[in-house]
Design a protein around this ligand. Structure first.
Ligand code: JB8
Length: 223
């Protein structure tokens, strides 16, 4: 899978793309992430990528020409283009699954108040948001998509089970986990987890997962 990222801040991606599971997947060539600095596609002397909004109002808008120039520099062929924006469709498991089925993704990182609407009209690109909070730009949301999608590529996550057992795959949150030591500052590991009784452990985990879901995500139990 190839992911092209259009951004004003490619350096923001350096650490995350070199680290841990994502770093390994990229090193192994399972996913090919290409960073494109939008600034280098601005034709004017000062490489200006943003401007004031028509109609007035605070903040700057990402210009349309450098984004199109960057997009047009990509290899031909079908690719799904996504603009990260707080005004987008909310990212969830279904959308991550859709993205993982693509062979080419283009992630366009908005900044400031957003991107010129003609980017959405002309590419065509869809707007996606990772949640209802304001950020300084779409770079961190793009990294969220890259990591979530990469985890779904076969072979990236060691055991298929660890994906299945993760939160959300069962419709409720994951059960609580413990490792050594058996006691820490007076807090102990539940006895049942050390009993060796696998049926009892499974029952305990299911009940604990339900309790956690009721407390933290009651909306999941409504569905
Ligand atoms: C400024 O919540 B989000 C998101 C928020 C943002 C921008 C992009 C994405 C740009 N705030 O996914």
């Amino acid at each position: 899978m190839r992911i092209d990222v259009l951004t004003q801040f490619p350096e923001l991606f350096d650490g995350p793309l070199r680290t841990s599971l994502l770093g390994k997947a990229i090193e192994q060539g399972v996913v090919d992430v290409r960073l494109h600095d939008i600034r280098t596609f601005a034709k004017d002397k000062h490489h200006i990528t943003d401007d004031n909004a028509y109609g007035g109002g605070p903040g700057m808008v990402l210009k349309v020409e450098p984004i199109f120039a960057a997009y047009d520099s990509l290899p031909d062929g079908p690719k799904r283009a996504v603009v990260l924006s707080p005004a987008g469709r909310r990212l969830d498991r279904d959308l991550v699954n859709e993205f993982a089925a693509e062979s080419n993704l283009v992630l366009i990182c908005g900044r400031y108040e957003g991107v010129d609407e003609r980017v959405l009209e002309g590419l065509p690109a869809e707007e996606v948001s990772i949640g209802d909070y304001v950020l300084s730009g779409g770079e961190l949301p793009a990294l969220v998509i890259i990591e979530a999608v990469t985890r779904l590529i076969p072979g990236v996550v060691g055991r298929a089970e660890s994906i299945q057992q993760d939160s959300f795959e069962s419709g409720i949150l994951d059960y609580p986990h413990y490792t050594r030591p058996v006691e820490f500052r007076g807090m102990t590991v539940p006895e049942v987890l050390r009993s060796g009784d696998h049926a009892a452990i499974e029952r305990w985990r299911h009940e604990a997962a339900l309790a956690k879901t009721k407390k933290n995500r009651p909306d999941l139990l409504q569905q």
